[in-house]
Write a protein that binds this ligand. Structure first.
Ligand SMILES: C[S@@+](CC[C@H](N)C(=O)[O-])C[C@H]1O[C@@H](n2cnc3c(N)ncnc32)[C@H](O)[C@@H]1O
Length: 293
């Protein structure tokens, strides 16, 4: 007997109707992400140095959430994630450390239309702290859920951009090791609030220091893996020059040719699944410097 294709599998984590899968040309399934330009359809401010392009959120939300579900962003910045949530009919909770940034994010988000009547809540706080987690849990309840269905983490790429003078700001981590430790605190803090079987998206790039390419992205990825998440994909996205760099292209080329290196043109979007069946989930790294005998 010929089976009728099922519209949604019971375990579906998105609204894609697989009986019409050929129609989803706008949903990316390849790992190389080249965007000709920033999507400017939402009420975003492209001026925040260090924000990501809205397309990253759109792609993740379409693949890994359904309408009416809830997205948590632990490093909200100027609110790109929540603005996209409004456009796509998902609830959103975002945490941002720097008070003026959180306030400005609220302003931008409030100006985005909200036809789906969904909730978008901004918390000004430190994503490493349990008290922020409590606020997140309250916000999730306001969204009608106890867990988020998607977790987006777009931390500072260590000290490449200094976001504030605040000690709790990950861009002020004194050493690279300290950055990973603080990132792990955030990971640990939000681990509980992400629903089992759902996705964590890490957006991160590498850095140069003292004439050396530091694989910050892969080292951060390693920390997520040690917490028991399953790596599903590493996507590579092109970086367009910001205005500052655009004026210095020749200088960068000269330096690269002389210095024997290549200029950064990419960052990573890493997709992890919180796998309930994985036995050794949540084994934090021993970051202490002391050696075992
Ligand atoms: C790379 S930006 C994120 C930009 C964001 N995706 C956007 O599109 O606007 C990182 C953000 O994390 C914030 N941040 C740094 N340390 C934090 C912490 N401990 N808790 C919460 N936010 C933090 C910074 O202030 C900065 O706005």
């Amino acid at each position: 007997m010929l089976m009728k294709p099922r519209k949604y599998s019971p375990k579906s984590i998105n609204d894609l109707d697989m009986t019409h899968w050929k129609e989803y040309n706008d949903v990316i399934t390849d790992s190389l992400w080249l965007f000709p330009k920033r999507d400017d359809s939402g009420f975003h401010s492209p001026e925040y140095w260090g924000n990501f392009i809205p397309q990253i959120v759109t792609q993740a939300v379409l693949r890994f959430t359904k309408k009416g579900e809830t997205v948590l962003d632990g490093f909200l910045g100027l609110g790109t994630t929540l603005i996209e949530c409004r456009q796509l009919g998902r609830n959103g909770v975002g945490v941002e450390l720097v008070p003026w940034v959180a306030e400005k994010a609220k302003w931008f988000i409030a100006h985005e239309s909200n036809n789906g009547g969904i909730k978008t809540l901004v918390i000004q706080g430190d994503s490493r702290l349990p008290k922020t987690k409590l606020e997140v849990e309250k916000a999730l309840q306001e969204c009608g859920t106890s867990k988020a269905q998607l977790l987006i983490l777009h931390p500072p790429y260590h000290d490449i951009i200094k976001f504030s003078d605040l000690e709790a700001d990950l861009s002020n981590a004194k050493t690279e090791e300290d950055f990973y430790t603080q990132f792990e605190q955030v990971l640990e803090n939000y681990d509980d609030v992400l629903e089992e079987g759902r996705y964590l998206v890490l957006v991160i790039g590498d850095k140069y220091a003292k004439g050396e390419w530091i694989p910050l992205g892969f080292r951060t990825m390693e920390r997520v893996l040690r917490h028991g998440y399953t790596l599903k994909s590493i996507c590579v996205k092109d970086i367009k020059e910001n205005r500052g760099k655009r004026n210095k292209i020749s200088l960068w080329r000269y330096r690269a040719l002389r210095g024997g290196y290549y200029i950064f043109k990419h960052e990573y979007i890493m997709f992890f699944k919180k796998d309930a069946k994985k036995k050794d989930r949540r084994k934090p790294t021993n970051t202490s410097k002391s050696k075992e005998c």
